[in-house]
Design a protein around this ligand. Structure first.
Ligand code: ADP
Ligand code: MG
Ligand code: MG
Length: 205
């Protein structure tokens, strides 16, 4: 499983690099035009760590990825995604990797995002992509029990949550400074969350 998680982080880095201009364009409409650069820089640093370190466990790998994101990315997204991976890894420590434990880990990661960012559903943040993804993941695990199906369901639900940020007025982060002028724009963080989950669906199952 550790190879698959390594593949996930490497594939995410590639996709975030390819989408850096797009994410920055989204952030230029309702933020400060750095989300693509932030994610690209953070995940490039994670890949640099993967290149020079070998990990004995998935929880150590995820924790290190989280610490790297916290230390290399400023702004809102570094601490938020960093906390996600830190808590994800921490929750997996000592557990065998099953669709259920991975779901528990994902939820622990998102609980960390909430603890740090205090976002609620509908605030037009990355949480609007995470929340439906977690619910779809759990429902698929309860149904088929298949990791691949659950990750695919999570990625699809995340994309719908991302799209649903467009008509919302932002209530957290820089976009909230715009008030109703944030309406009509897709949230950059919800967009990067969907890219991470689409990558997970390709690499982790
Ligand atoms: P910054 O806004 O500091 O420049 P980024 O541009 O990298 O940081 O990330 C912006 C994204 O972070 C937003 O699109 C949003 O999804 C997310 N975000 C901002 N504040 C919060 C928060 N309090 N809770 C959850 N997500 C947030
Ligand atoms: Mg920004
Ligand atoms: Mg910024």
């Amino acid at each position: 499983m550790i190879d698959k998680f390594t593949d996930w982080l490497r594939d995410s880095a590639k996709v975030l690099h390819e989408n850096a201009a797009y994410l920055t364009e989204l952030d230029s409409a309702i933020g400060d035009a750095d989300h693509g650069a932030n994610m690209d820089r953070g995940f490039a640093a994670v890949v640099a760590v993967l290149d020079e370190t070998s990990f004995d466990s998935v929880d150590e790998l995820l924790k290190k990825a989280g610490m790297t994101l916290v230390s290399k990315v400023g702004g809102a997204s570094g601490p938020l995604y960093g906390t996600f991976f830190l808590r994800f890894g921490t929750a997996l420590a000592g557990l065998s990797l099953t669709p259920e434990s991975i779901g528990t880990g994902l939820r622990a990661g998102v609980d960390g995002v909430l603890a740090r960012g205090k976002a609620e559903l509908g605030d037009k943040t990355m949480y609007d992509a995470w929340a439906p993804a977690l619910d779809a993941y759990d429902a698929a695990v309860a149904g088929s029990g298949d990791l691949g199906a659950a990750l695919k369901a999570a990625a699809e639900a995340s994309a719908k949550g991302r799209d649903a940020t467009v008509p919302l007025e932002a209530r957290k982060g820089r976009a909230s400074y715009l008030g109703e002028r944030s309406v009509g724009h897709q949230d950059p963080g919800a967009t990067s969350t969907t890219l991470l989950l689409e990558s997970a669906a390709r690499t982790l199952a």
